[in-house]
Structure formats: structure tokens, C-alpha cells
Design a protein around this ligand. Structure first.
Ligand code: NZQ
Ligand code: ZN
Length: 389
């Protein structure tokens, strides 16, 4: 097992009716900015519940955080906080709202250009405004981690950027996880959530063995749970126990636990971010395209873990090693397709002509040595993209 530090200060309030506990979790004298996305939180009543729980506290609202939250929108929230002397943030939504809130929390205290937070991957974040979250979409794990992914449409380079930062200052203080808040999710978002969480686990599990038995078995358990609850949550999104299992898996998939003491890959995510930046695909759609091909192209360096994955997650123990690996990769692709998430670039009308620009984006963002062995060069990324058409 590799050396590691594990730190996660986020309190989780999990279950039905837990939104009411915001009253205890937010300081009594806080001046709150409630941050949310489009219309979903209003329509399904979550916003009203949150406001009721805040009681007599001074609270303002900031709405309009887009999926793939943009710097341009988020800086308006920063201005509002400064103008109204607000001191506590409450994010109500999915990964985009929570990621956006993390950026706002850090940008309020930024010295100089806040975009530097992304360019320096968070190394320059010295403090952040405290905040809590109410999760409405199981997928990203943002509700219990220190990462955030922000897009910018107008950059000096003229490129569309989608960059991440991490900082231990931006862990949420608390997250309310009430699985019934996901009942209104449309099939596309539910399926996206399953694919995103699945890929988070795979990027931390499917590398090379380091005798990390607990992490491996946690990861395999989480993957098997997703294979079980994924179809169920699509068939019956209002089943509490299914949503509860889905929500908790998605949180555990990226809260640092299974990634401690093991190598991690993240090449699928980095290529996926460029596809979203240039073509606007949903985050999970990009992962569904890239992950199966990434595993296939890198099957030699991932051989031992692919065999373990085949046996323990998909129960494939017959046939030659190559046949077992192939079957496990095929099962992964078929699982995503079974959730109605297409796994080919062509299904989104993207052809080979798009590849040079995607590679140029990777290069400009310093993504020419990706993966657990840093051997996913631009040539390797080209191979993966070409095989993903
Ligand atoms: O804007 P509203 O109207 O609220 O609608 C949202 C949005 O259109 C809707 N939605 C959310 N909860 C709902 C609901 N609709 C009905 N009922 C509900 N209960 O869902 C749509 C998508 O929301 P979004 O927050 O964009 O989705 P997701 O949670 O998948 O977040 C994706 C973002 O997270 C980033 C991605 O790159 C992407 O920008 N990621 C963040 C990570 C992290 N911080 O650790 C890791 C991930 O790998 C990922 O990169
Ligand atoms: Zn993701």
C-alpha cells in the first residue's frame, strides 16, 4: 500500500427529513447566500424547505449556476457577497452548483485574478468562506470532497477551458443527503450519475496492484452496488432505498477513502473535460465514451487489475486471460449503453475531424502525461480518441 494522508472534515446528515437540520448546522448569526441552478430546486420544493429551515437568518439567493458552471456566472455571485456582506454559503443542487460554490467560496478571498485559482490548481487558495450543501443529484461526490471543476468561455487564449482545482479549504462543512430529493431527476441525469460514480471508482481502482486489499474490496463493492441499483433507479426513481444506496455510493466513490494509498489514473476524466469544453457533452457522456476504450487501449499496463475486475466484479473466471479482459471491458460498455448513455463519439455526431482540436486542448492544459504511469501521452490520447469514434 502507498503512503497516504486521509483528511475529510465534511459532516454528512443522511436521510429523509434531514433538510430541517440545517437550522442546527448553519451558525445562528450567519448572513447566508443560497446558491442554486436553474428551476429544479424551486419546482420540487427543496428550496422552500431550505428557506424554512434557515428560519429567521438573513438570507439572499443566487440562481442560474449552469451545468458545467462558468467563471463568468460565478463572479457575479462573488460581487453579490461582497456588496451585501454575506458570510455563509448554502449550495442546493448537483455537482455543478456545489463546484460553483467552492469556487465562489475561494474567489471571495482571492488576491489578484481569481482565475489563477484554476491555473494554479488551487495551490494559491489560502482561505475560503464556510459553506454547506443540500445534494439533489448523486453523481460527482463534490458534496464530500475538496475538488471543483469550472469552465470559462472567454479566455485570453480564445480556448474554452474546463479546469479543476482542489484545496482543503473548500471541503463543505456539512452536506445534507436526503435521497428523496432525487426523486424528480430525469432519466438522463440519473444515468449520468451512475456513469460518473462508476468511472470515479474505476479511475482509482483500475490501475495496478499495490496490495491495498481494503481499498480494492471497497471499490469492488461500490461497483457491484452501482451495477445493481443503476437499472433500478432508472426504473423506479421514487424508491427510497434504491435512491439511498445510489446516493451513498456516489458520495463514497469520491470522498478520498477508496483513493487513499493507491495509484490513480484520471486520464478518462481529463480527456472527457476537453470534450465537454469543445462540444458541450454532459460530463458523464464523455466518460462513457472514453473509459471503455481507455481500458482497451491500455490493457497491457492494466492487465493484473483488469483480470481482478473481471473476476470479482463481473464474475468472469472462464476462458483465457485475454478473453476475460475483453469480456470485462465489453460488459462495462454494455452497462453504460443499458442505461441509455451512448459510448461512441459518433453517437453524439463527433467525428475524426474533431480529434486534432481536442489534442491541442490537452496540450495547452499540460495534459500530455496522464495516467497512473504518466504514459498517456498525446499520441496515446489520439489512439484512444480514434478508437472511440
Ligand atoms: O439547474 P437545475 O434546474 O437545478 O437542473 C439540474 C441540471 O440541469 C438538474 N437537477 C439537479 N438536481 C435535480 C435536477 N433535476 C431534477 N431534480 C433534481 N433533484 O440536473 C442537471 C445537471 O446538474 P449538474 O449539477 O450539472 O450535474 P452533476 O451533478 O452531474 O454535475 C456535473 C458537474 O460536476 C463536475 C463535472 O465536470 C460537471 O461540471 N464534476 C465535479 C467533480 C468534483 N467536484 O469532485 C468530479 C466529477 O468528476 C465532475 O468532473
Ligand atoms: Zn466525474
Amino acid at each position: 500500500m502507498l503512503n497516504f494522508d486521509f483528511y475529510n472534515p465534511t459532516r454528512i446528515a443522511f436521510g429523509k427529513g434531514k433538510v430541517a437540520e440545517i437550522d442546527k448546522l448553519v451558525p445562528a448569526e450567519a448572513r447566508v447566500l443560497i446558491v442554486y441552478g436553474g428551476t429544479s430546486a424551486k419546482k420540487n420544493g427543496t428550496l422552500d424547505e431550505v428557506k424554512a429551515a434557515l428560519g429567521g437568518r438573513y438570507a439572499e439567493e443566487f440562481s442560474g449556476i449552469e451545468p458545467n458552471p462558468t467563471y463568468e456566472t460565478l463572479m457575479k455571485a462573488v460581487s453579490k457577497i461582497k456588496a451585501n456582506k454575506l458570510d455563509y454559503l448554502l449550495a442546493v443542487g448537483g455537482g455543478s452548483v456545489i463546484d460553483g460554490t467552492k469556487f465562489v467560496a475561494a474567489a471571495v478571498y482571492a488576491e489578484g485574478d481569481p482565475w489563477e485559482i484554476l491555473l494554479q490548481r488551487g495551490a494559491n487558495v489560502k482561505q475560503a468562506m464556510p459553506y454547506g450543501t443540500v445534494l439533489t443529484l448523486p453523481a460527482t461526490g463534490s458534496e464530500m470532497n475538496d475538488g471543483s471543476v469550472i469552465s470559462r468561455t472567454e479566455t485570453a487564449s480564445g480556448l474554452h477551458d474546463k479546469l479543476y482545482f482542489t484545496s482543503e479549504h473548500v471541503f463543505p462543512q456539512f452536506s445534507v443527503l436526503d435521497p428523496s430529493k432525487s426523486y424528480t431527476l430525469p432519466p438522463r441525469q440519473l444515468a449520468n450519475g451512475v456513469v460518473d460514480a462508476y468511472t470515479h471508482i474505476m479511475e482509482q481502482y483500475l490501475t495496478y496492484p499495490v496490495e491495498a486489499r481494503v481499498q480494492d474490496r471497497f471499490a469492488e463493492g461500490l461497483l457491484q452496488t452501482l451495477i445493481e441499483v443503476g437499472p433500478k433507479v432508472l426504473a423506479n426513481p421514487q424508491d427510497y432505498d434504491t435512491q439511498a444506496n445510489f446516493m451513498w455510493v456516489a458520495t463514497l466513490a469520491l470522498n478520498g477513502l477508496i483513493g487513499s494509498g493507491v495509484p490513480s489514473d484520471w486520464s478518462t476524466h481529463m480527456i472527457g473535460h476537453e470534450i465537454t469544453a469543445l462540444h458541450g457533452l454532459d460530463h458523464a457522456q464523455t466518460l462513457a465514451i472514453i473509459l471503455p476504450t481507455m481500458l482497451s487501449v491500455r490493457r497491457e499496463s492494466k492487465r493484473a487489475k483488469l483480470l481482478q475486475y473481471a473476476e470479482r466484479v463481473w464474475h468472469i473466471s472462464e476462458g483465457s486471460e485475454d478473453a476475460r479482459i475483453e469480456a470485462a471491458i465489453q460488459n462495462t460498455r454494455a452497462f453504460f449503453e443499458s442505461l441509455s448513455v451512448p459510448t461512441r463519439l459518433s453517437a453524439y455526431n463527433i467525428g475524426a475531424d474533431a480529434i486534432p482540436a481536442l489534442l491541442a486542448q490537452l496540450e495547452s492544459h499540460g495534459m500530455a502525461k496522464l495516467g497512473e504511469h504518466e504514459d498517456v501521452t498525446l499520441d496515446k490520447s489520439r489512439e484512444v480518441l480514434e478508437a472511440s469514434i
